[in-house]
Write a protein that binds this ligand. Sequence first.
Ligand SMILES: [Zn+2]
Length: 172
Amino acid sequence: MQKVKIPQKVDPRYTAAKRLDYVGIIPKEKLERLQGIVEEIVEDAEVRLTFGVDLQGITAIEGSVGTAVKCVCQRCGELFDLKLNSEIRYTPDLKKVEELGLEDLYDYVEVDEFGEVDLYQILEDELILSLPSSPRHEDADCPEGGKEWVAGEFIEPEKANPFAVLSKLKSK
Ligand SMILES: [Zn+2]
């Protein structure tokens, strides 16, 4: 079955008033920032979005985004498959959310001068945020899995976390 691309930009208030849902994909070629981080994006991103207005009148964009990528295992240096998935709940109604104290329930999304949000951008952000900070095989799948993992042990000195260096400096 041919999968449809979701629109890149939508007006969330209009779309919510119409109670539209989107099920479709973001072509993997469009995920350039994610492509710059992982070794390979294996699948187009699968997207499910529901637009609606809740009982308090808050416009909500809810749903999920997921894809499959290949990363270099930080323990053994070989490629492995990783599934990414993220559940999302966004709103452009920051004021209302703050008045009602619902900041924990919603992430804020800014609309542009046309009242639109860039779905590709926020969903790609979600995929990037769902990446593990130190991607590696499950222990059982990793040739080096029997060895004890010590964070940072296999990281080149120049790639080491700059904050770790800072905290060392501070403790002196
Ligand atoms: Zn490994």
